[in-house]
Design a protein around this ligand. Sequence first.
Ligand code: PLP
Length: 401
Amino acid sequence: MPLEVRLNHRSGNLSLPTPRDAGRTTHEIYLSAPDVGPLEESFLVSALRSGWAAPAGPELTAFEREIAERVGVNAAVALSSGTAALHLALLGLGVGPGQVVVVPTLTFVATANAVTYTGARPAFIDSDPATGNIDVSLLPELLEKLQASGQRVGAVLPVDIFGTCADYSALLPICAAAGVPVVEDAAEALGSAHRGRPAGSFGAAAALSFNGNKVITTSGGGMLLSDDRVLVERARFLSTQARLPVSHYEHPEVGYNYRLSNLLAAVGRAQLQRLDEMIRRRRQVRELYANLFATVPGVRLLGNCDDEANCWLTCIVVEPDRAGWHAAELAAHLAGHGIESRPIWKPLHLQAAYENSGGLLTGAAQRLFETGLALPSGSMLSDRQRATVLKTIRAFLAASG
Ligand SMILES: *Cc1c(COP(=O)(O)O)cnc(C)c1O
């Protein structure tokens, strides 16, 4: 019986809403819609026909090998989410109750949640205003403060925010000197690099995400990467309910149901073949914004515009005093024309779930939240959609200037 698979081919005129936009029907142009088409369809269908419709199978093994090769690490385990990858990475380093983990306050909540799942607590560190990434200059003081007060720092968890790598050349020596391991949250950064070294290869372990809005997607999924094969094999064991490889069900400890589906790994393999092309498209979009805003006073692009970033999301930062308008006003104008934009991550120390967590804060992340805006950046954007977004922004600038 032929399978009917309806997907969002590039030739189609509308992009699929990302899951978090599922309730909003007004947008016609999305921030970062899944970019899937005939190649993903053919990989998925052949995986389905192979009979391996399970969280085990040859696509998983191949996807892990291909990502590990691409990132240049020894070992990888494919998981149901990036959050699961962060959780198992921290467990693998022995992070648990009574410890603190240094987490940037400007990130998606999953970074801190993974820490909380282990029983440890996050200590938040503020952002470098230029990139939004962890402000490495604050790190020695924070580590010293935490360690001097008798707290055990289980890990530092930098995030490669919006696809720009943290400053690992500065960060890694500081953590090494303090004797604290690093876990890289590379959820947004597959295909990026720092001084020629790929995102996902820094620290003791790293996490990737393949959620629907990320650079490549499996609809939902993630991967833990490390050069430490023992850590990765332990994560693999914990991800399958800590089941021993014997025929009856033998569980020496409490594990998790965190393994990725073999079907979704097949989608991931197709996406990985297209990664460079998709990054090229995101970079083009970023360049269009860079050109558009180059002469606009009070507006800058967040992060690097160099060729090392995957340009997952292009964000602008608007100083209202100089620009004469607020980022939120541009957002409202875009929404009025069916175009999605979104504030930069709301800092975690301002979230009710994490209030009073402590750390070292300068106000930089809060300022970025108040003045920043993420613009449509997806590889799915057609030439026409790009032109529509640019035209709509130009009209706003003309009316606000
Ligand atoms: C998306 C994301 C995650 C979580 O990934 P999921 O696959 O959605 O669990 C973690 N950290 C950051 C910075 C992210 O952007």
